[in-house]
Design a protein around this ligand. Structure first.
Ligand SMILES: [Mg+2]
Length: 221
């Protein structure tokens, strides 16, 4: 059971699908985040440094290069998520690869973000041809993935760019296949260690065959 009642409510609305399950993170996995957020910051007079794996502490003012306070970073992130339809793009290959898997899997997008951003994200995903159900959560991802699986005996794969989310799913769904995928190449080089057993995907072009094999399904061409 997810610790987040709104997440649990959203999951209860999903169809009772019994096919193999693929749960996919959104930011930096199906949507680019770091590059669009950098462009958004530039438009507001700020910049994002990408020489360490974090956002807070890495947002600097363009005029003096000084890092801004955590509260200001949080406000800019909120403004960015409000305006995401203007800025965010689909990660290269995500639409085609998910489309090739969709006939044989249940695909659910799981985004760790304030619930209030869900409607605008839904509209953006639909416009980008990513029509899969979107679940938002303000709590750990592992219990949410377990709840989406729904107690049914079916294989599960989970893709995320943040190691702690992979760890959370490893704890809650020990038999889940874990994949790491990150759109931004610069941040990827600075990643903290991944949980053991997590498979690194270079990009979506190699993801389809790996996921299909792991979940025991074929991939449409
Ligand atoms: Mg992410």
């Amino acid at each position: 059971m997810s610790d987040d009642p709104e997440t649990a409510r959203q999951i209860a609305e999903l169809s009772r699908d019994s096919r193999p399950l693929l749960v996919v993170d959104v930011d930096e996995v199906v949507l680019d985040f770091v590059d669009p957020f950098s462009r958004f910051l530039n438009s507001q007079g700020f910049d994002l440094l990408t020489d360490s794996f974090r956002i807070h502490g890495n947002v600097v003012a363009l005029d003096d290069g000084k890092a801004i306070e955590a509260e200001s970073v949080a406000a800019l992130m909120t403004a960015f998520f409000d305006a995401q339809e203007t800025w965010q793009t689909a990660a290269a290959g995500a639409v085609d690869t998910l489309g090739s898997l969709a006939p044989r899997l249940e695909i659910v997008l799981l985004s760790a973000m304030p619930h209030r951003h869900r409607p605008v994200r839904r509209a953006l995903l639909d416009r980008l041809s990513l029509p899969y159900p979107l679940v938002s959560t303000e709590a750990a991802k592992g219990p949410a993935v377990s709840m989406i699986r729904g107690g049914r005996e079916r294989p599960v794969a989970f893709i995320d760019d943040i190691p702690r989310n992979l760890e959370s799913v490893a704890r809650s769904v020990p038999d889940a296949a874990l994949f790491h995928l990150m759109s931004h190449q610069g941040f990827r080089a600075l990643l903290p260690p991944l949980p053991s057993g997590a498979v690194v995907l270079r990009d979506w072009s190699e993801a389809g065959a790996r996921i299909a094999k792991e979940l025991g399904v074929s991939q449409s061409t």
